[in-house]
Design a protein around this ligand. Sequence first.
Ligand code: DGY
Length: 329
Amino acid sequence: MKGKVLITARSFRKIPGPHIDEWVREGYEILFPPYDRPLEAQELVEYIQDVDAAILGLDKVSREVLLKASRLRVISRYGVGVDNIDLEAATELGVIVTVTPGANSVAVAELTMALILALARKIPAHDRIVRSGKWNRLEGVEIMGGTLGIIGAGRIGQEVGIRARAFGMEILFTDPLPPPEEWIRATQAKSVSLEELLSESDIVTLHAPLNEGTQHLLDANRLSLMKPTAFLINTARGGLVDEKALFEFLRSGRIAGAAIDTFEVEPTDPSQFADLDHFISTPHIGSATYQTALRMGWLATQNALIALRGGRPEHVVNPQVFGRSSDGS
Ligand code: DGY
């Protein structure tokens, strides 16, 4: 065997395809931990200490974990968020970290649209009504003509904008990096401040990364800018929203509804929102489609193999790692 690769990303293992065959062809032993959830620190250490590469899902990779991973050369994130990885420690220890941009954009955008429509037409509540043997109807709202505020107009935010525009929505966005002109032309999207976006949108959707600058980006002060008729969608990262404040806003009717795929702590404690009818939860399924698993699996595999061969993968998030000399200086 040429070496070992740890793969914690669950759909990588469950969906057969060229991403798995490639590791076998390249002569690597694959370690698939038997858990159907992100690994705890101790479990991760048990596996990572012995491998050359790791394709990881949402497992938390702390400095302590990395210090035990003496053979590790590359962490290939199966996804785009890197808030679960101590990047500073990885860089100091010479571990290359890569991501799979674009591979999950359609899946997350489609989930976002599904949640918007489910909130607008109260689909989960209607399902509960029918299952309980009743046949009453709740009033919904149309999204056509409404305003969608996109916080973070990167790849995923742009895919959401295109779909929402096709539904007849007006698009506002805020992002420190300007999106392509072509997207602005196609969606007629307007760049506004975060405050303006929150106060003018009928639906607010988050597509920003979680980092020190975006932690609780939507705190009680910012949530209070939203219209009482507005919905909030979060398919990005739980930490972007102060969840306790959000549940209070929903409870007191200061916003009309929310749909959350990503929680501050996962798995979340459902008792926090058990009483809320106008709230939809899903268990971080944004990327969980068959097509995305194949795309992310292939890209994550290529990123890792290029790094293992001594090359520089395209999607490195800690490029400083290449500036380091081998004596660690
Ligand atoms: C991402 O791409 O980071 C998604 O949340 C799935 O891991």
